[in-house]
Design a binder for this molecule. Structure first.
Ligand SMILES: CC(C)(COP(=O)(O)OP(=O)(O)OC[C@H]1O[C@@H](n2cnc3c(N)ncnc32)[C@H](O)[C@@H]1OP(=O)(O)O)[C@@H](O)C(=O)NCCC(=O)NCCS
Length: 156
């Protein structure tokens, strides 16, 4: 399958929102529908387009249909261990019908390229222990860090 990975644009909002909070989308995958209000989605999308905010999104577009079939949302942040920023891959999603065609891998490779382009020193992300499908990809494109994530009680 032929796919183009490119930075998100204003015209992508409807299709991105559909993959984000629509049926079978990313937020449903995390059973987080009650947490993600329209205000959050609108604010997040606006931040992608705001050149003063170091939060970004890349979309995967199916070349044969022109449809957005996946996205990677990522952001750069300060790090006490480096002078340069660190890139955090916040969200990765490929629509169910388009999985296992290398789209997830392409999106991660795009984020790696952006990491270098934006002068970040490192790139990292998290996944759930039980997300074995994602880990089948991650073990090929990344290295397991060995850290556990903890949250303030009530924050997860
Ligand atoms: C995780 C996700 C983004 C992967 O997207 P994808 O487009 O299917 O990924 P790819 O096709 O690029 O890569 C899948 C890799 O896993 C491997 N894989 C997947 N299922 C496999 C299986 N059952 N057995 C062996 N390998 C398997 C594939 O061989 C492929 O490796 P390759 O690139 O060497 O061929 C997608 O499944 C998704 O959106 N899932 C729901 C949301 C999610 O979990 N997001 C990540 C949150 S951290």
């Amino acid at each position: 399958m032929s796919v183009t990975i490119r930075p998100i644009e204003a015209k992508d909002k409807e299709e991105w929102l559909n993959l984000w909070t629509g049926p079978g989308g990313y937020i449903e995958f995390y059973k987080a529908q009650s947490a993600i209000t329209p205000e959050i989605s609108d604010t997040t999308f606006a931040r992608f387009l705001d050149p003063t905010v170091p939060m970004y999104s890349a979309v995967a577009v199916d070349d044969s249909t022109g449809k957005v079939i996946g996205f990677a949302n990522y952001l750069a942040h300060l790090n006490t261990w480096t002078v340069e920023d660190t890139m955090y891959l916040n969200d990765l999603f490929v629509s169910a019908d388009n999985r296992l065609h290398g789209v997830g891998r392409k999106l991660i490779e795009h984020v790696y390229a952006e990491t270098d382009k934006l002068g970040c020193k490192k790139c990292y992300w998290m996944t759930q222990f039980e997300n074995h499908r994602a880990q089948l990809l991650y073990t090929k494109v990344g290295v397991k860090g060995g850290f556990l994530a903890y949250f303030r009680p009530g924050d997860i």
